[in-house]
Design a protein around this ligand. Structure first.
Ligand code: TRP
Length: 451
């Protein structure tokens, strides 16, 4: 592949690049609806606990694997123990499954941006607007094609760097704007109950499902268990402090997810008159709620336009990096021309993306394991494949190459302060929890067990 791997210049460069991949629709769109659905405060608590244990250990492990070998997923596992390169292969399939449905949601964001630009905010804030949009046949597919089209064009032209630069400027603006909207929506009459729901853990709402959902979200949001962080690690210089970089990426990612929840959940309470059923909206939550907030806000149509523009950028940087990953894996394997591979990946994404979109409309009665098509892809990647890859990675680090290999790598750049936590999580806690959770989720999906 590359003659010489480029490295990030320093710690800030590394942290921003990894955080840039991590922050996306996962934080702004996915986290709030899961938190709303799975009991608010209790979900938040479980998520944070998982982030500082599982997330921390796995991210240290993945980045160190990459930095040690200087390779991306398949190569990294192969270098250390060739028999285990299959872990890298399974990990590499995940971005290909995520990309199509990620782009369907990206299409929804594009549509909302278009509606806000053309002055349709009032319409978009009406009840039923979102559902009637996603259940159409042509329009959501058109926006999906626009989104995946832009993504492919950037990957094809190799101008990611340009997009990244723009997004580095836009990301801080997005954070400030999210903070502003969050504060604003907390003060909408009736929203305080929502704030309490979001930050107060209610143990009675705890279940195995909460942990499963939080864990899947953790992997998804931090781009873990799919080889991405291994690749980022391969670009990291040996003298950059690995442990504190991981902490910073996590704080960044979790902070934005937290703010996004604060922006959306309290306003659900405010606009539903305290009707808790509105919390179970699922994937549409952001699209249903935010236009109402903007409609309520003076100057909301301008702020809303800016907001959807920024979210679109965050989504595009993620989809570009997802597609780039898939393209470079295929390129490494086959050596084919980049243009041809881009075309194939685009075609593949369209073939999987169109059914994901239709599953909300004319194909709504196509249910597999009781899920619509988009949710099924989301389930396969987040609740099945990522836990499997995470489990295999823990096993690989804990028992094949041994944690000491990772510790040595981390310690090249300073003391590994949470070394003990790392070893215990990787060897014992993570594998046991993942197996339990995976089993429950499988049994449940096949209707053999209900929690
Ligand atoms: N973490 C991204 C988000 O929160 C989504 C994502 C998953 C991703 N896997 C990725 C982004 C791979 C870039 C590369 O939206």
């Amino acid at each position: 592949m590359e003659q010489k791997r480029n490295s990030f210049t320093g710690k800030i460069g590394f942290v921003l690049a990894a955080a840039g991949s991590a922050v996306g629709l996962g934080n702004i769109w996915r986290f709030p609806y899961l938190a709303a659905q799975y009991g608010g405060g209790i979900f938040l608590l479980v998520y944070i606990l998982l982030a500082v244990t599982f997330g921390f250990a796995l991210m240290c492990g993945e980045i160190a694997l990459g930095r040690k070998t200087g390779k991306s997923a398949i190569g990294a596992f192969k270098d250390l123990k060739s028999k285990y390169s299959f872990i890298g292969i399974i990990a590499s399939i995940i971005p290909a499954i995520i990309l199509p449905y990620y782009s369907v949601i990206g299409g929804w964001v594009t549509k909302y941006l278009a509606v806000f630009i053309t002055g349709g905010m009032n319409q978009a804030s009406q009840d039923g607007y979102f559902n009637s949009f996603i259940s159409q046949t042509g329009s959501p597919i058109l926006y999906f094609l626009i989104f995946i089209g832009i993504t492919s064009l950037v990957v094809l032209l190799g101008v990611e760097k340009g997009v990244e630069k723009v997004s580095k400027i836009m990301m801080p603006v997005l954070i400030v704007l999210t903070l502003f909207i969050a504060v604003y929506s907390m003060f909408i009459p009736g929203a305080m109950d929502g704030v309490l729901y979001y930050i107060t853990p209610d143990i009675s709402k705890f279940s195995a499902k909460t942990v499963l959902a939080a864990m899947g979200q953790l992997f998804y949001s931090m781009s873990l268990a799919m080889g991405i962080m291994i690749t980022y690690g391969s670009y990291m210089k040996k003298d950059v402090n690995l442990e504190s970089s991981v902490s910073q990426i996590e704080i960044f990612d979790t902070g934005i997810a937290f703010l996004a929840g604060l922006m959306i959940i309290p306003s659900v309470f405010a606009f539903s008159g305290g009707d808790q059923a509105a919390l179970g909206q699922g994937p549409g939550l952001m699209f249903v709620t935010l236009p109402k907030v903007f409609d309520f806000m003076p100057g909301g149509s301008i702020i809303g336009t800016l907001f959807f523009l920024l979210v679109l950028f965050a989504a595009l940087t993620s989809s570009i990096s997802l597609m780039e990953t898939v393209v470079s894996i295929v390129k490494d394997k086959t050596g084919w021309d980049r243009k041809i591979i881009c075309g194939i990946v685009l075609l593949f994404s369209i073939i999987l993306g169109i059914p994901s979109s239709l599953g909300n409309g004319i194909w709504a009665n196509v249910k597999i394991l009781n899920m619509d098509i988009l949710s099924l892809f989301d389930f396969i990647s987040n609740s099945i494949l990522m836990p499997i890859v995470a489990l295999l990675t823990c096993f690989f680090i804990g028992y094949i190459i041994k944690p000491q290999t990772i510790i040595d790598e981390v310690e090249l750049s300073g003391k590994f302060k949470r070394k003990k936590l790392f070893v215990v999580v990787i060897k014992y806690i993570a594998p046991i929890c993942i197996v339990l959770i995976l089993l429950t989720s499988l049994l449940q999906a096949f209707g053999l067990f209900t929690i």
